[in-house]
Design a protein around this ligand. Structure first.
Ligand code: NDP
Length: 336
């Protein structure tokens, strides 16, 4: 038996953003109809320093039939070093005999699938003519989100804010050249958000960087950072003003500080969450109800997204011959 090792460049080539948006829509529809096994992630925190190891197992039914786990480190102080803040791998198994099929670069896969999930939510929830995009954050997810938003809406203007002005300028210069769309670096989150029709929060902030008072009626928000109960990117007013959707209800009620903190404060109740985006995709839950409504998709990121993406990349790599194959498995013990 062989296992395929798939590099970051191969993951990126074999998983184009627009196709991944469709794949994530199908994946979240499958999850919401219950054809998946999706435990909550486990987190190992490092002693005496920030940083964690996240373990994300899952099984996805439907046409994907993907079993596996993503294991990823998150080092929030990676800036300025040659390491990205998220690193790791996805182990993809086949569910019939349990054989390991592939090991894929987890950072590249995470970047694309996360933005593609936001793309699928935006396609369902944002106004059809939404063209002004605000990005809060200028890291890996900011770049991937710009690509995803362009895949689903006619983005004509982009404003980016980042904690470090130098990094927002660098982002704006690089991405406007890459996409051929004007990307303007701005000095405050408010400057980015006021008048924006789509807002993506993609930072490692622990305290709110987005105030509800700044959001224009009819805007759509993707809240992507803050994946633990004690951190948030949005203030309570932003959540209170929005019709709220999540990737997965159980995860949101366990992990999403953006929702759990206003619930604990008493600003909103848990039933403020309209439901899972997969149910909007399947037509069993109403999405946007009118042009003035603010819609919010709170993304936590779940293993079935990684596994569906891994399965797609693996199948493409089998067809194209990409990746490195090594012999693996077989008899567990053989006498020498
Ligand atoms: P990067 O490390 O590439 O970028 C981090 C960004 O966060 C930078 O723009 C940085 O700004 C900004 N930032 C860091 N600390 C703060 C702070 N205290 N206040 C405001 N901004 C801050 O990370 P990624 O782009 O890969 O990830 C962004 C976020 O998305 C993270 O929180 C990550 O955990 C989360 N994530 C969520 C996923 C999901 O599925 N929902 C999946 C993957 C990631 P600057 O450089 O200007 O300092």
């Amino acid at each position: 038996m062989n296992v395929k090792l798939l590099r970051p460049s191969e993951v990126r080539r074999l998983l184009p953003m627009a196709e991944c948006v469709d794949l994530m829509e199908e994946t979240l529809r499958t999850l919401s109809r219950g054809d998946a096994v999706q435990p909550l992630r486990s987190i190992l925190r490092l002693p005496n320093r920030p940083g964690l190891l996240g373990m994300m197992p899952g099984y996805l039914g439907g046409s994907a039939r993907a079993l596996g786990i993503k294991v990823i480190t998150l080092m929030p102080e990676a800036q300025g070093m040659p390491f990205p803040s998220h690193q790791g791998g996805v182990l993809l198994f086949e569910p019939e005999h349990g054989a390991l099929l592939a090991v894929l670069d987890g950072a590249a896969l995470t970047a694309i699938r996360t933005a593609a999930v936001s793309g699928s939510a935006t396609r369902a929830l944002a106004r059809a003519d939404a063209s002004v995009l605000a990005l809060l954050g200028s890291g890996v997810q900011a770049g991937a989100h710009l690509a995803a938003m362009r895949a689903v809406r006619p983005i004509g203007r982009v404003r980016v804010w980042s904690r470090s002005p130098a990094r927002s300028l660098e982002f704006a210069t690089r991405e406007s050249a890459h996409h051929g769309v004007p990307v303007e670096p701005v000095g405050t989150p408010r400057d980015a958000v006021e008048g924006a029709e789509i807002v993506c929060t993609v930072t490692a902030a622990r305290e709110p960087i987005l105030e509800g008072a700044w959001i224009s009626p009819g805007a759509h928000l993707n809240a992507v950072g803050a994946c633990i109960p004690t951190s948030r990117e949005l203030d309570s007013e932003a959540v209170r003003r929005s019709r709220v959707f999540v990737d997965r209800m159980e995860s949101a009620l366990s992990e999403a500080g953006d929702l759990l903190i206003p619930i604990r404060e008493g600003t909103i109740r848990a039933d403020k969450i309209a439901g899972e985006i997969g149910d909007v995709f399947s037509g069993t839950l109403e999405g946007r109800r009118n042009d003035g409504e603010i819609t919010l998709f709170k993304s936590l990121g779940i293993a079935v997204e990684d596994l569906a993406a891994a399965r797609r990349v693996y199948e493409r790599a089998l067809a194209s011959g990409e990746g490195v194959e090594i012999e693996w498995g077989g008899s567990a013990y053989e006498a020498d």
